[in-house]
Design a protein around this ligand. Structure first.
Ligand code: DGJ
Length: 747
């Protein structure tokens, strides 16, 4: 072994070795071990070739197809999905990467044009080279010891005298010398974002990807590779995520030679990047994490990483304001008076931020017009935004505004002036989505226009929050400003353009709280979170659907990043009746908001909401910044707890999706509490379903005392649930979709 690199975090070890033949090999990634006495003991022994092996004449016993490589290239006998595929001037697609050198950097360098994590403690660069081509690939590793995270990205330099084409270049590769794992992905679509699915791997390739131009609700870039028998609380698993907001791919390949390869990075579909002589290409950053404490253990490492090394700026550690948003209350049909009435009610309830959603600009009475024309519609708001913001501020609320700056309506001044600013192919009219087109962010003048027009609005009034929406997938991916050979760059250049816009706007308005949004949670990823501390998780605020969506999201993303609202019942995505209290109890595990016409509430409903808001304010820090654990629960229930960072407080949520008449004894088992500490548990005073379902009544107030070790391991038996056979005031009356919250306080 020529070199050994040992990356240590507090609880994990990542070992990379360089073989005598120059292959940079993955030796170990898992729970912490000391530097091995003899690293050779971690290498597979190659004393004879395997059948059909393709090998290098200098190393006849080594076939690339059966090595655990840190980064692979196509063409020299590695027949798995490869990390790199380039095309030379000659037209060949073969590369052979071997170790050339390495160095350590005192600070993590910025990734050109791309957002990335910050605050690493060690930074290693291993340079691979294809000597025949004069191409190098730098593998960058950054270590975040206390979060047990290692990030990686790759930088290719074309040292040739001619240009190259890149057909694929992934960010990171993990080659494991075992099989039999389960690939866990978070999939869905509009209103069903990030639902967890488990796929047992078998020989072949499974690809989790998005080709929509966004990270997408279809398949989030976060994936888990779970070792056999891994559960929420036990077992080994690897988490991979990507600091990127565009089309991505995560391939998991199990081979018949007994290896598993994981790749994550830019989606190769439709990708072709031209690299002039002397030029470089940098991939987005990948985030790697290992846990031997199951999925909860993984989340407990990834959440602090996201909170402290991805999210940044003024709002990073600040409690997020409770908001009221007018969208579901009014849709496009509003005027100044209607908005101010909602804001007044919001202020009375104790809310802190009023957000004016879609429809305030151009002449936008439905979703067919005006995107791109970011000037206030005086028909609806005769006194303008400044006045409206002042009125809202006078009520004691912050004022926030919705934008969708990446889009243009054909029915707009902007499109009439610049039809070539939309993505479109020369041969045909562009396809529509929500009657709108996508602006060509590869063009500097388009980016300048967006920065200028959004800045003008933000400077025109006291706007302290921006909801940045994006409501369609990219099609007709072609730019009138680029030559034919560069059209394969448009998808990635779009995302780079978006990041440049974010960079400029967040620099200029550092105190504004930006919330990302894309038809709900269609772009919920670490790239967005580098600029926007929170993202609207889903347009679906039905409590039952939200349980699944928020739980799925929680595997990789902390509660402080999740916008979660209470909306009117018979909500338009599910049409289901759920109790106010359950809608709140679910939304409480995120950045709370209300999204309805508050003026239409009855006095009883207002009183109920006011109690919710006051209670949330008192426990907000624990709910937004505590560590979330998914708790054991039978199939018809779900339970979570959020434990304050000092473990002196926690909030637990107990949710019942459907009642089972004879199952009336529930155990609430927690996680993450300090075993030695005694805690007092109290149920949140709330309304419950009345036993006869006629009117709401006050829920039984529960009180328990227990030590952390008991709560973590044995739990507590809650008061009996009412069943079909009886009810009295010592019982919890719980039907379908009912829930309770419990606070825990250290004595
Ligand atoms: C989609 C978002 O997800 C909604 O919250 C709302 O802002 C609409 N767009 C407005 O058009």
């Amino acid at each position: 072994m020529r070199e050994l690199f040992c990356l240590q975090t507090d609880h994990t070890t990542y070992l990379v070795g360089v073989s005598d033949a120059g292959f940079v090999e993955q030796l170990y990634y898992g729970a912490k071990i000391e530097t091995p006495l003899d690293p050779g003991t971690l290498r597979e022994k190659h004393a004879a070739p395997y059948p059909m092996m393709v090998y290098d004449r200098e190393a006849p016993l080594l076939g690339q197809d059966d090595l655990c490589l840190e980064y692979s290239a196509s063409g020299r006998g590695d027949f798995r999905e490869c990390a790199l595929e380039l095309e030379t001037q000659w037209g060949s697609r073969t590369a052979d990467l071997r170790y050339r050198s390495h160095f350590w950097l005192p600070e993590k360098p910025a990734l050109p044009g791309l957002p990335s994590s910050y605050g690493s403690e060690q930074n290693l660069v291993i340079t691979l080279a294809d000597e025949a081509l004069d191409v190098t690939v730098e593998l960058h590793y950054s270590v975040f010891p206390s979060c047990d995270v290692i990030t990686r990205h790759a930088l290719l330099k074309n040292g040739q005298k001619t240009s190259l084409k890149l057909h694929r270049m992934y960010s990171a590769q993990l080659d494991l010398a075992e099989t039999g794992d389960t690939f866990v992905t978070f999939d869905g679509g509009w209103a069903v974002e990030r639902t967890k699915h488990e796929k047992p791997l078998s020989p072949g390739i499974y690809v989790n990807d998005s080709k929509t131009g966004t990270s997408s609700a279809r398949h989030n870039p976060f994936v888990i590779l779970a070792r056999p028998h891994c559960t929420e609380d036990q077992g080994d698993c690897f988490g991979l995520n990507l600091v990127y907001s565009g089309s991505h791919a995560e391939a998991a390949e199990e081979t018949t030679l007994g290896k598993t390869r994981l790749l994550t990075g830019l989606n190769p579909a439709g990708f072709c990047w031209n690299l002039a002589k002397g030029a470089s290409f940098c991939t987005p950053e990948a985030v790697l994490c290992f846990s031997d404490g199951g999925f909860n253990g993984l989340s407990a490492r990834l959440h602090p990483f996201v909170r402290s090394h991805i999210v940044r700026g003024h709002w990073r550690d600040r409690e997020r304001p409770m908001l009221v948003n007018n969208w579901e209350g009014t849709f496009f049909d509003f005027d100044e008076e209607k908005l101010l009435n909602i804001a007044r009610e919001g202020a009375d309830l104790g809310l802190e931020l009023f957000v004016l959603d879609d429809g305030w600009f151009g002449r936008r009475d439905d979703d067919r017009t005006s995107l791109g024309d970011w000037t206030v519609d005086r028909r609806k708001l005769p006194h303008g935004l400044k006045y409206l913001a002042e009125q809202v501020n006078a009520l004691g609320l912050l004022f926030g505004l919705w934008f969708e700056p990446e889009m243009v309506s054909e029915e707009s001044e902007l499109y009439r002036a610049h039809p070539d600013w939309a993505l479109k192919c020369p041969e045909r009219l562009p396809a529509q989505g929500r009657t709108q087109l996508v602006l060509d962010l590869t063009r500097a003048e388009v980016r300048d226009y967006i920065v200028k027009s959004v800045s003008q609005v933000l400077e025109s009034a006291n706007i302290q929050y921006v909801k940045w929406d994006m409501n369609r997938h990219l099609s007709d991916v072609s730019s009138a400003a680029l030559p034919p050979e560069q059209q394969g760059e448009v998808l990635h250049r779009y995302v780079l353009g978006l990041y440049e816009i974010y960079e400029r706007l967040t620099d200029r308005f550092p105190q504004v709280l930006f919330e990302g949004c894309s038809s709900g949670g269609n772009r919920f990823d670490l790239g967005i979170l580098c600029y926007m501390p929170q993202i609207w998780a889903s347009d679906n605020t039905d409590a039952l659907c939200r349980m699944e969506i928020q739980e799925g999201t929680s595997y990789a993303y902390p509660q402080s990043t999740m916008g979660a609202h209470v909306s009117a019942t018979a909500f338009h995505t599910a049409g289901r009746f759920t109790l106010w209290e359950t809608r709140f109890n679910v939304a409480a595990f995120g950045c709370l908001g209300y999204e309805l016409d508050l003026t239409k509430l009855t006095p009883e409903e207002k009183a109920c909401l006011k109690r919710q808001v006051d209670w949330y304010r008192a426990h907000r820090k624990t709910l937004q910044f505590g560590q979330l654990y998914r708790l054991p629960a039978p199939k018809n229930q779900m339970a979570w707890c959020s434990v304050a960072q000092d473990k002196k407080a926690a909030v637990a949520g107990f949710f019942q999706k459907s009642m089972r008449p004879t199952l009336t004894h529930d155990t609430l088992t927690l996680r993450g509490l300090d075993g030695e500490t005694a805690y007092v548990l109290r149920s949140r005073p709330q309304l419950q379903e009345a036993p006869e379902r006629e009117e709401a009544s006050q829920a039984l107030e529960e009180y328990y005392r227990a030590r952390g070790d008991q709560l973590n391991l044995a739990g507590i038996r809650l008061a009996q649930q009412s069943s079909a056979t009886g009810w009295n005031e010592n019982m919890r009356a719980m039907g379908d979709l009912s829930s309770r919250l419990y606070t825990l306080e250290a004595e």
